[in-house]
Design a protein. Sequence first.
Length: 178
Amino acid sequence: MIIKGQETHLGKRAFVVLCLEKSKIPGIALIITVFVMLFRDVLPLSAQPTISSIVSFLILMTIVLFVVTFIVGWLDYSKYSFTFEEYDLRMKRGLIKKRETSIPYKQIQDINIERNPTFQLLGLSKIVMTTAGHEDAGQEGFSEVVIEAIDKELAGEMRDMLQEKIGVQITRPETPNL
């Protein structure tokens, strides 16, 4: 639940995505390990002790790489947050290169929630906010602020809160009284 003035994180499912994005190298190490294990019997018997040592080393390195990836993913997740203030949305992120962005509500022009098939499966969303007041090469006077992965429920809450703050009229079909 988003509370005005309180720092909010992206959600637990977003943590999984942040870890998966960083696990490319451990994934490659795992593939190499499996490949070596599958084809070690093809090599001559004299090379088997060396191959066994290499496989043991690869397994150990793969485990270490996955643990490091998990720790870096957790640190990245814990340092990514947003806060709804009185007049602006503040976003903080970054482990080593720290960035804090303040987006005044009056500059937000459009809020879109996108869900690709993977995000739909994981219950995640991507929020794209178009803001006024910047000059980028692609669109004069507009820029985009993107939150790559956020829990679906938080994304909906965030959109509703931002639409209320920027004064967008929300129309919903009325339900008949039963």
